[in-house]
Write a protein that binds this ligand. Structure first.
Ligand code: SAH
Length: 225
């Protein structure tokens, strides 16, 4: 995958690309770029924002600045590519959307700052508007990392074990339910035992037990337990 993130703070992503699964994805052929709107702004003195029409507090990132950044990266008549605006008012990010984005050869994430980005970006320059939750962050950088993390770990070679991403929370293998609980040694700790079935060596019983626990977690409590 070629993943581009547009941001006012490319240095935030230095930590992100140093993480093992991200490094693995890069080693397996993915290319990540972090592009600074200020580098390509058509305005003087690195300006990227302006006061809102209609009045109100805060500053708004300008449409011409975002358009110039996209044109500098992809040319004046770019090939269609999946372009995601990160915004609290977007479609809620989930595992299905992560899988959908992971299937794209090219993906672009746009991070906003301040009060957000001029609405014409959403209307004309992106394919998706995505939120990572019903709360407001100071900027899109952490949201972009959340999306990139969930997407990149789905790519072949990103995780240590090829099977790790198949039977996980919200995947088809678990009927879309959260994952079952995991345990490891010691078998008893402070009087808290590991469920007996997991020590039984009976693979079919273990499989059944896990599916039941997974279904239970996906049942009445939407937040899991
Ligand atoms: N005034 C806006 C919030 C702007 S926050 C509002 O009330 O909706 C500044 C930037 O942070 C946004 O442009 C967006 O890119 C990012 N951001 C903040 N919260 C986010 C969330 N929950 N999901 C995705 N992006 C978010």
């Amino acid at each position: 995958m070629r993943l581009d993130v547009f941001t006012l703070f490319p240095e935030w992503f230095e930590w992100f690309v140093a993480q093992r699964h991200v490094r693995n994805a890069i080693a397996a052929g993915s290319e990540l770029r972090f592009l600074d709107y200020r580098e390509t702004t058509p305005l003087g003195a690195g300006q990227v924002d302006d006061s809102p029409y209609g009045g109100g507090a805060g500053m708004v990132m300008r449409v011409d600045v975002v358009d110039a950044a996209l044109r500098a990266a992809y040319g004046d008549t770019p090939a269609p590519r999946r372009t995601v605006l990160l915004t609290p008012s977007g479609r809620m990010f989930d595992e299905d959307l992560a899988a959908d984005l992971a299937a794209e050869p090219d993906l672009t994430l746009l991070c906003g700052r301040y009060e957000g980005i001029d609405e014409r970006v959403r209307d004309h320059l992106v394919t998706d508007a995505v939120s990572i939750g019903r709360y407001v962050l100071a900027g899109g950088e952490l949201a972009a990392m959340v999306v990139a993390d969930a997407v990149l770990r789905k790519l072949p070679g990103a995780l240590g074990h090829a099977d790790s991403a198949l039977e996980e929370s919200f995947t088809d293998a678990l009927g879309g339910h959260p994952e079952y609980p995991h345990y490891t040694r010691p078998a008893t700790y402070r009087g808290w035992p590991v469920p007996e079935v997991l020590l039984s060596g009976d693979h079919e019983r273990v499989r059944q037990w896990r599916l039941e626990r997974s279904r239970e977690r996906g049942g009445t409590d939407p937040g899991g337990s």
